[in-house]
Design a protein around this ligand. Structure first.
Ligand code: HAM
Length: 430
C-alpha cells in the first residue's frame, strides 16, 4: 500500500465483485422479486429468511471438501470471541436443511419453502459472476419425487414466461444416480482417465483421486475430446434412479416442457443425487447458467437429520436482471404525481394533500429541499411522474392545484380545486 491507496487516503470503494444496486437499476430487481414471489406462491412455496453467516463445517459437510466452493471460494473467518470458524454463506441449501433439522420443520409434513438474498463466493469477477451475488432459492423438503422435481422445472418455465425471457433460456437435465451407482461410476472414471493422463491438466490430475466426477465439468478445450469419450453416468444408473429419471421425463413431457438430456451435467456441489437440471442461456457469454438445482436425498442425514428426500434449485438474480435488461424490459414504476410547492401557506397544505392522495392509493413524490419553481419542475420531470401538481401562494389562497401534464402532449395545464382532485385524477388517470 502507498499513500494514495483509496482505503487509506482517498474515497472508499466497494469491495471488488460486490456491487450496489442503485435506484436506477432497482426497478428491474424489484420486478424480478415481485414476479418470482408471485409465481412461487402460486405453487404453495412459503417464504423463509436465513442467516447470512453459518458455521464453516456446515458447508464443508454439505457442499463437499473437494469442490471449488469449499476449496477456494469461501469467505471464512474466525469469530473473535468464540474462536469458531464462520463463513459467509456461498449458497442457501445447506443452511435451509440445517434450519429444517434444528426446528424439525419436516416432522409433521413435507415443506415447500423459498428464500432469496446475497451469497458470497471468492471467484474472479466478470460479467454475470460476482463475489456477492443474489439467488432466488427454492426447496421442497420431504418429497421423494419425481413429480416434485418436475414441479420445480415447470414453475421455472412459468417464471421465465412471466418475465418475458422464455425464448432466451433452454433446459438441460441429467441423472447422476444414487450413491451406489455413483461409487461404481467413480471407480470406472479414474480407470478411464488414468490411461489418458498426458491430456489432463493439473486440476484434473489432482481430481483423479479426490473427485473424478468434477473432471467432466472442466472447460479446458484441450481435454474436451477425452471428456466426450468418457463413460456416462446416465448409462450406469441403478433401477431406482432409472425409474426416477424416466418418471421425471414423463412429467415434463406431460407438461409440454422441452429439454435436452445432457449426460455431462454434474453440477458443482457434492450433495446431489438422481435428478440434476440447469436452465442456460447463450446471451450472457461464459456465465450462461441462470438456474441450477436437483435432488439431494442424502443431505439431511449427512447433516445429522433423519433421512428426508428433497429437491431444489437456485437462480442467479444478477444473470436474470442482465437478461431482462438485454430484452429491454424497463419495468420503471414512476409516481403518478410530483408535488411542487412554494410559499409557507402552500407547504403547510401540501403535506396533508400528499397523504390524502396516498390514502387514495396513488404514488406521490412530495418535493423536499426547497428551491425555486424552475428547479422543482426539473425534478418533477426527472422523477418520471405523469403530473406535476403545483401549489404556490395563489393556489393556497384559492384551495386549488395547478395540474401540469408532464408526459402526454396536447393537454393544457389546468386548475383543479383541492377537494375535487381525487375525483379529477380518477377521471383522467386511467
Ligand atoms: P449453484 O449452481 O452453485 O447452485 O448456483 C445457482 C445459480 O446461482 C447459478 O446457476 C448462477 O445463476 C448463480 N451463481 C452462482 N455463482 C454465482 C456468482 N459467482 N455470480 C453470480 N451468479 C452466480 C446452488 O447454489 C444450489 N444451492 C442450488 C440448489 C438449491 N440446489 C438445490 N437447491
Amino acid at each position: 500500500m502507498n499513500d494514495t491507496t483509496p482505503s487509506t487516503r482517498g474515497t472508499l470503494q466497494a469491495v471488488r465483485g460486490m456491487n450496489h444496486i442503485l435506484p436506477d437499476d432497482a426497478p428491474l430487481w424489484l420486478h424480478l422479486e415481485d414476479t418470482a414471489r408471485r409465481v412461487f406462491e402460486q405453487y404453495g412455496y412459503r417464504f423463509l429468511r436465513m442467516p447470512v453467516v453459518e458455521p464453516t463445517p456446515l458447508f464443508v459437510r454439505s457442499i463437499g471438501e473437494a469442490t471449488d466452493v469449499v476449496e477456494k471460494e469461501m469467505y471464512s473467518f474466525e469469530d473473535k470471541l468464540s474462536g469458531e470458524s464462520l463463513t459467509l454463506r456461498p449458497e442457501a441449501t445447506a443452511g435451509i436443511v440445517r434450519a429444517a433439522i434444528q426446528h424439525s420443520l419436516t416432522y409433521e409434513r413435507p415443506q415447500r419453502v423459498w428464500t432469496h438474498g446475497p451469497m458470497f463466493r471468492h471467484e474472479r469477477p466478470q460479467k454475470g459472476r460476482y463475489r456477492q451475488f443474489h439467488q432466488l432459492n427454492l426447496e421442497a423438503l420431504g418429497f421423494a419425487g419425481p413429480d416434485v422435481d418436475a414441479e420445480q422445472i415447470v414453475l421455472l418455465a412459468r417464471l421465465w414466461k412471466a418475465l418475458g425471457i422464455e425464448d432466451c433460456v433452454t433446459l438441460k437435465i441429467n441423472s447422476i444416480g444414487d450413491p451406489a451407482d455413483r461409487r461404481a461410476y467413480r471407480e470406472a472414471l479414474p480407470a478411464y482417465f488414468s490411461h489418458r493422463v498426458d491430456v489432463l491438466d493439473d486440476d484434473a490430475q489432482r481430481r483423479l483421486s479426490t473427485n473424478p466426477l468434477r473432471i467432466l465439468d472442466s472447460k479446458n478445450p484441450a481435454m474436451q475430446s477425452v471428456i466426450e469419450d468418457a463413460p456416462r453416468m446416465l448409462e450406469q444408473l441403478g433401477t431406482d434412479a432409472r425409474t426416477h429419471f424416466d418418471g421425471l421425463r414423463q412429467w415434463l413431457d406431460r407438461a409440454g416442457i422441452a429439454y435436452e438430456i445432457d449426460t455431462r451435467l454434474v453440477r458443482g456441489l457434492d450433495y446431489y443425487n438422481r435428478s440434476v437440471f440447469e436452465w442456460v442461456t447463450d446471451r450472457l457469454g461464459a456465465q450462461g447458467t441462470v438456474a441450477g438445482g436437483g435432488r439431494y436425498d442424502g443431505l439431511f442425514e449427512s447433516l445429522g437429520g433423519k433421512p428426508t428426500p428433497a429437491c431444489g434449485f437456485a437462480a442467479g438474480m444478477e444473470r436474470l436482471v442482465l437478461l431482462l435488461r438485454e430484452n429491454e424490459q424497463k419495468a420503471a414504476p414512476a409516481p403518478l404525481a410530483y408535488l411542487v410547492h412554494q410559499s409557507d401557506a402552500a407547504t403547510a397544505l401540501v403535506w396533508r394533500l400528499a397523504e390524502t392522495l396516498r390514502d387514495a392509493g396513488h404514488d406521490i413524490v412530495l418535493h423536499a429541499g426547497g428551491g425555486g419553481m424552475k428547479s422543482q419542475m426539473k425534478k418533477a420531470d426527472a422523477s418520471g411522474a405523469r403530473f406535476a401538481l403545483i401549489l404556490a401562494e395563489d393556489e393556497a389562497r384559492d384551495h386549488t392545484v395547478t395540474v401540469k401534464w408532464l408526459r402526454e402532449t396536447g393537454h393544457e395545464q389546468q386548475t383543479v380545486p383541492i377537494d375535487g382532485l381525487i375525483a379529477w385524477l380518477a377521471a383522467v388517470a386511467v
